[in-house]
Design a protein around this ligand. Sequence first.
Ligand code: PAF
Length: 282
Amino acid sequence: MTTLFTRDKLKAYLRNERSESRSIGLVPTMGALHPGHLSLVEKAFRENDRVVVSIFVNPTQFNNPEDLEKYPKNLETDLEILGLYKSKLVVFAPTVSEIYPEQVAAVDYDFNGLDKVMEGAYRAGHFEGVATIVETLLRLVAPDRAYFGEKDYQQLQIIKKVVVDKQLDVTICPCPIVREPNGLAMSSRNERLPKRLRDEAKLIFEVLQTAKLQFGTESADKVIKWVHKTFRKYADFKLEYFTIAHAETLKPVIRKRKNQKYRAFIAVYVQDVRLIDNLALN
Ligand code: PAF
């Protein structure tokens, strides 16, 4: 495994791999790697000759400076984990000034409303920051394929749009959510939960599963009311949003229609740790 810290070194590495006609998969991460990330890396290895894993805690996607401060960072441990993959993997771990040489700021995008709901509604500017770093990485690495987890489903939809709008020549590969044995979606933030709450946070997935069952026979409105009522019973959990939305447009469902794909999305504070999850409903 090679670790590169600068754009120039990465470009030189890629030039060499390309000259040997090797395909490249990109797995963008913010580090604090867990089995969810490794499932992306594994998939990338199955589908490409070489895999670039970027590790960069991107400041422009944090709307809350405290959240950025608290975000788990441990490059040494991440490199140890990725060391398992040996020579076929390169880690790109740039500094902030390497990525943002002039100004640490996000670019403006028009996401055609995809950013106006859920995460975008609660985290102003978040998706501009995500799109800025992802576009930068896609242009720099020019991978054949790039891998993103469905846990950040809204992010995935937005990235797909950026790729189309900017005519980037890459296949975006969605990867299923990886869960802890109790059902909690894997996230770097889970590390910040005390053991008791990490166990109890299984509630989030349980609620999603029950909502899915209910949505088979009930209206979205009824299911949403039930979810809010359920969370009011748990003092350590504060529901930020629960939405049932169209799986592609992300528009909240008003009336269910046949042949449409719907998904439930949830954001919950477990004490001060914010967790998100989602589930396909049909
Ligand atoms: O999903 C993440 O970890 C980040 O949003 C990403 C895609 C690596 C961009 O910083």
